[in-house]
Design a protein around this ligand. Sequence first.
Ligand code: NI
Length: 197
Amino acid sequence: MAILKIARMGHPVLSARAAPVDDPTDPRIHGLIADMIETMADAPGVGLAAPQVHVPVRIVVLRIPAERTDDKKEVPLTALINPEIEALSDDVAEGWEACLSLPGMTGKVPRFTHIRYRGLGPDGQEIVREASGYHARVVQHECDHLDGILYPMRMPDLTTFGYVEEMSRAPRIVADDDTAAAAQADGRANNEDGAAA
Ligand code: NI
């Protein structure tokens, strides 16, 4: 296993559409997944997509701590190969995101609140889950990486995009509603407790 270098925004590998994996049980794929898991844990982050480690294939890994999920149950360490997402309603919510490919930055991104996602596990078996809230957000963020999309490209309002450090210095930038202070604290937490993806 190895900790891999993470590509930052601007690297062409992050803008390309990643290729499907033909054989999820290929030992080379298992090696890549093991390295991605180690890299995510080291960063630390809650999710990582293969293009972020310079490999343009459709694989994401994620693990979401219990305190961040709607049902307060951990989303266990999961590797998803060739994942697909389906929105289960038109409901969209904005929330703060961070990304290991944009270190130190955060922004408010609209995402579907309820999704179903599916993909293959490293054993070739299908994984199908429903997700809401932060869990759904992380999955959408990671799968976007496979289509060359980084979270700022989803932001309708770039005034909420910036360096976490600077935004905590100037609260008025994000203080556009009553929840801004809490959201801002959450945005800071994103980079402090390893919630970057
Ligand atoms: Ni990311």
